[in-house]
Design a protein around this ligand. Structure first.
Ligand SMILES: [Zn+2]
Ligand SMILES: [Zn+2]
Length: 369
């Protein structure tokens, strides 16, 4: 099989615009899958490469919430075949202790596999006429008309659900819902406070309703997002302009929440998330902070009150199992994540980024095909 010509959105400089360029994509190796991308969600991690908070080398093609149709597979691929609909997710090695224990988000090779901008052996699948392009971002680089994924980060999905909706299940939506359902294991009758009502936070709100939580509090500064949170399952909302947030949480819950989740990456918000817990409660942090962010917390909040604070990556998800579960919930109307999506064309990808950063679009999805 020969090289495939692709249109891709390339980031060439810090804080620069995406530039649409024609590149060449290699044929799949043994364990690789060539996917015609239909649509790709935009996530904060893409923006963090552009701003250099994440140091994946430039120039690079990012995009890590791809959804598309398999075109060709390498000789050793067994999971998918040409014609299959797939969602692309984070990559993992499959051989380290964490992977063998089913804890794929804790893979020892997570950094080089997802963020190094190359395959593990340093090679690239994408080529440009004048020099090197970094690729394999989350094992996909999906802001392109075709992507070369790995079998391990390719998830087969049913044909009867609109493929253009499904990309965000590979990262942002899985992260928020997985934190609630897989990591914290929020249960019936319990309480959860979600700080930040972006795509990750609203996915957590929807998942908490699925889990049977009876007090679900969404916190944000944008009124329209709080209104949406109420429609998606929040029982209470708090505008963070409204005075003492911890006192409001105590008013609503009586003695603090069973669980809190920070999706903002802000240290001051994480401090409130810990302070809003009941005795024995657990705070999960999902938001990526700027490098060097540190947290000052009274340690007696942990010892005296048996509280826990834990970082959660990718919602502790096993994507091949969890993404089909989320699709089943969506089909039943119990997980309407499509309400978060706003579509853009590949030519409008810079607008998608601007609208995401301005809070106009909760989950931009770029129709690539
Ligand atoms: Zn691993
Ligand atoms: Zn992401």
């Amino acid at each position: 099989m020969e090289m495939t010509s692709v249109q891709a959105a390339v980031l060439r400089e810090e804080n620069g615009a995406f530039q649409i360029e024609e590149l060449q994509l290699a044929a799949p190796r043994e364990l690789e899958v060539l996917v015609r991308i239909v649509a790709t969600g935009m996530c904060h991690t893409d923006a963090a490469v552009r701003s250099r908070d994440i140091g994946t080398p430039l120039p690079v093609v990012v995009g890590h919430e791809g959804a598309g149709v398999v075109v060709a597979v390498g000789s050793a691929v067994r999971k998918v075949a040409p014609g299959d609909h797939v969602v692309l997710t984070f990559n993992s090695c499959g051989q380290c202790a964490a992977c063998l224990s089913g804890e794929l988000a804790k893979c020892e090779l997570s950094f080089p596999l997802n963020l190094s901008g190359a395959r593990l052996d340093g090679s690239h699948a994408l080529q440009c006429a004048h020099g090197e392009i970094h690729d394999q971002f989350f094992g996909q680089s999906a802001f392109a008309t075709y992507a070369l994924a790995q079998e391990r980060n390719t998830v087969k999905v049913p044909h009867d659900v609109p493929l253009e909706l499904l990309g965000p299940l590979g990262c942002g939506i899985m992260t928020g819902s997985g934190a609630v359902l897989n990591s914290l294991r929020v249960g019936p009758g319990q309480s959860l406070v979600v700080f930040g009502s972006g795509a990750v936070g609203l996915a957590a709100v929807m998942a908490a309703r699925v889990a049977g939580a009876t007090t679900i509090i969404a916190v944000d500064i944008v009124t329209s997002r709080l209104d949406l949170a109420l429609e998606l399952g929040a029982t209470h909302v708090i505008d963070s302009h409204d005075g003492d947030l911890v006192a409001r949480i105590m008013d609503i819950t009586g003695n603090g929440a069973d669980f809190t989740l920070d999706t903002t990456g802000r240290a001051d918000v994480m401090q409130m998330a810990v302070a809003g817990l009941r005795i024995g409660g657990t705070c999960g942090i999902l938001g990526v902070s700027p490098p060097g962010t540190s947290l000052a917390i009274d340690t007696n909040l942990f010892i005296g009150m048996s509280r826990q604070l834990r970082g959660i990556l990718a919602g502790d998800s096993v994507p091949d199992v969890f993404i089909p579960q989320l699709i089943a919930l969506y089909r039943q109307g119990r997980f309407p994540f499509d309400r978060l999506i706003r579509f853009y064309t590949l030519a409008d990808i810079n607008q998608a980024l601007a609208d995401s950063e301005a809070g106009i679009a909760i989950k931009p999805v770029v129709r690539v095909g």
